[in-house]
Design a protein around this ligand. Structure first.
Ligand SMILES: NC(=O)c1ccc[n+]([C@@H]2O[C@H](COP(=O)([O-])OP(=O)(O)OC[C@H]3O[C@@H](n4cnc5c(N)ncnc54)[C@H](OP(=O)(O)O)[C@@H]3O)[C@@H](O)[C@H]2O)c1
Length: 271
């Protein structure tokens, strides 16, 4: 089903985006990856090319900032022109700056919302007319466990991932009527440059709260994303923790908060 399709993947030069791009390329997809750093883009393009199964497959790497509407629109229009309208759009570009709320400037909140939320919205708006015209397409949005429940130390990031979830849940029914499928991914902690970066500023309380969760590989999350696309799942929840959480988070939230507060108190005793 995925063979010979065109997938556009923002954040495709690293982590979950790159792993998913490679898996799609290994299934015969034409691939466009979009992010900012040209060196990372070029290196990822070579990696993606190396797993293609046919010399006819196209791999395009375009530099653009998803938080700049004109920049990302222009990249998407170039991809459409040079390859074809996209069958799949995956919005994986994202940033995370965990820290105590008092340490997070308003700039961080604005930047996180600009990249994670508006960077997702701009891409969807840019592909919608061609998907609508063709009455087909699949949009895959990346949220997070922090988009299901607010987590200590993640005030900027959680808000942006909740916003993505709100957008996805509202859009699902509207897009369905246009023949366009939508999936929302809640990846667990995944071993990527983003997680490495997060660990530098994560408060100790946040580290303790997230310590029990297993860290996934980007490839394993990518495989779950492909499975979710093939099954046309609205919610893609890699692993049992995310699957359970996605179903019962509201009911379980008082208990989860109790656990969070106890963990925070334990850590603070030793600070
Ligand atoms: N890793 C985890 O534990 C985890 C857990 C839950 C959810 N997620 C979500 O999964 C997605 C992928 O995360 P990851 O861990 O794979 O991160 P990553 O390895 O750091 O990759 C992020 C990608 O986004 C690109 N990017 C960042 N800002 C951008 C911008 N303004 N414009 C265009 N591209 C931009 C980066 O390239 P440039 O910097 O060169 O632009 C890079 O290609 C994110 O949305 C993240 O929030 C990750």
């Amino acid at each position: 089903m995925i063979k010979k399709q065109h997938s556009i993947i923002t954040g495709g030069s690293s982590g979950i985006g790159k792993a998913t791009a490679k898996l799609l390329a290994s299934l015969g997809n034409n691939i466009t990856i979009i992010s900012r750093d040209i060196n990372k883009l070029e290196a990822a393009k070579q990696e993606i090319k190396s797993v293609c199964i046919s010399p006819e497959q196209k791999v395009l790497a375009l530099a653009a900032d998803v938080s700049d509407r004109l920049s990302i629109e222009s990249a998407i229009f170039t991809a459409i022109e040079q390859i074809s309208p996209p069958d799949i759009l995956i919005t994986s570009a994202g940033i995370a700056h965990p820290d105590y709320f008092q340490n997070l400037s308003i700039d961080v909140f604005e930047q996180t919302m600009a990249v994670n939320y508006f960077g997702t919205l701009y891409c969807i708006k840019a592909v919608l007319p061609v998907m609508e015209k063709r009455k087909k397409g699949h949009i895959v949005m990346l949220s997070s466990g922090a988009g299901l429940m607010g987590i200590y130390g993640y005030s900027a990031y959680s808000s942006s991932k909740f916003a993505i979830r709100g957008l996805a849940e509202s859009l699902r029914g509207e897009l369905k009527l246009l023949g366009i499928n939508l999936s929302l991914v809640y990846p667990p902690d995944t071993d990527t440059p983003q997680l490495e970066q997060e660990n530098k500023t994560k408060p100790p309380e946040t580290k303790a709260i997230t310590a029990t969760a297993k860290t996934w590989t980007a490839e394993a999350v990518g495989q779950e994303i492909i499975k979710g696309i093939k099954r046309n799942s609205f919610m893609i929840t890699p692993g049992s923790e995310m699957s359970i959480l996605a179903k019962i988070h509201s009911l379980a939230f008082p208990l989860i908060n109790q656990y969070f507060d106890q963990t925070v108190a334990k850590v603070r005793k030793n600070l």
